[in-house]
Design a binder for this molecule. Structure first.
Ligand code: TYM
Length: 335
């Protein structure tokens, strides 16, 4: 098994990315390696370019996100941790795959439609081509499993289609179709202000998300002020269906405590948010505080964090280069 996943450095790590992705990456580092498999994780800085971001911000975020991922438990000696830019094979394979992917396939991608909105003509070509680079990320390493949130599933289906068409067109068994892994323990975390939108780096209100850099008081205050309703918690998870804000807080509690939502409901049934919110705030501070403190210590030496990316990239290039070469040869490119 070879597991790979990535994250865009378009902001700081927040609770949604952490519970929806990075926490799973850490769990998988242990589980997959126990079975003799490999885990690769990367900062998708090239994907970060697809929507405008100030250069200084992109480069600072890349280092900060690396430090947060290490602080959260990814061990650079056990997992291969790098950024896309340091492994040029990602861009090179993406160009080759651009000639395999069809315009009709990309036109169906909902993320592009959502992000481009009404301004399709003004969207970057990079935003449109985003899923092809993502396919290259995955196919370059013959990845078997890709842990991602629900929102990335369609992109991985496309990667499977690209792999199959490449193998067919060039009559070669080169690319492995990857399996998306959307785990039940990797919930979709919604905004604390409006549970109909996901918690994201682009929420306009800072109150909508908990960042992994937030200090203890800020974390607690954000949960205390989170939008809820006036009812006490019910005694079944099913009864939360029409209460998205309450459901989101229960989901967050369960993910942080490594419990099922059922277990949380059993514990708090009949209690109001006056009790539940402070308990959630305490739990979040207890779980996130140590990660933040480790991250801040790592960031005392940013050059050292950059070196970790160098070392990871060297290992990644060694795995990526032979695959790229095979793809180039299969297509008739002389290298
Ligand atoms: P990105 O940076 O948007 O998000 C990183 C991961 O976090 C998940 N996620 C969430 N999960 C739960 N609740 C939320 N509110 C939430 N917000 C984000 C995302 O599903 C994702 O798993 N395209 C990818 C980066 C990427 C990639 C790849 C991933 C580039 N190449 C190859 C896997 C394999 C992305 O935009 O992630």
């Amino acid at each position: 098994m070879r597991v790979l996943s990535g994250i865009k450095p378009t902001g700081n790590l927040h609770l949604g990315n952490y519970l929806g992705a990075v926490k799973q990456w850490v769990a998988m580092q242990d589980a997959i390696q126990a079975q003799g498999g490999e885990t690769l994780y990367f900062i998708a800085d090239l994907h970060g370019l697809t929507e405008w971001i100030a250069p200084a911000e992109l480069s600072a975020n890349t280092i900060e996100m690396t430090a947060t991922i290490v602080a959260a438990g990814i061990d650079p000696d056990r997992s291969i941790l790098f950024n896309q830019t340091r492994v040029p094979q990602h861009s090179e394979l993406a160009w080759l795959l651009n000639n395999v992917a069809r315009v009709g396939w990309l036109n169906r991608m909902t993320q592009f439609k959502d992000k481009a909105g009404k301004n399709r003509e003004g969207a970057s070509v990079g935003l449109y081509d985003y899923p092809v680079l993502m396919a290259a990320d995955v196919l370059l390493y013959n990845t078997t499993h890709v842990p991602v949130g629900e929102d990335q599933k369609q992109h991985l289906e496309l990667a499977r289609d690209i792999a199959a068409k490449f193998n067919l067109d060039y009559d070669i068994d080169l690319f492995t179709p990857p399996e998306p892994m959307v785990s039940a323990e990797a919930p979709r975390i919604m905004s604390l202000r409006d549970a109909s939108t996901k918690m994201s780096k682009s929420n306009p209100s800072e109150q909508a998300r908990v960042n992994l850099v937030d200090d203890d008081d800020t974390i607690a205050a954000k949960f205390r002020k989170a939008k809820t309703d006036a009812e006490p918690l019910p005694d079944t998870v099913a009864a939360l269906t029409d209460r998205p804000e309450a459901k989101n807080l229960v989901t967050i509690y369960a993910a942080l405590a490594d419990l099922t939502p059922d277990a949380v409901i059993t514990q708090y049934a009949g209690q109001g948010f006056g009790t539940f919110k402070p308990a959630l705030a305490d739990l979040a501070v207890a779980k996130l505080g140590p990660i933040r403190d480790r991250m801040l210590r790592l960031l005392d030496d940013r050059a050292e964090v950059g070196k970790l990316l160098d070392q990871g990239a060297e290992k990644a290039r060694a795995l990526a280069a032979p695959t790229l070469l095979k793809a180039q040869r299969a297509m008739g490119l002389h290298v």
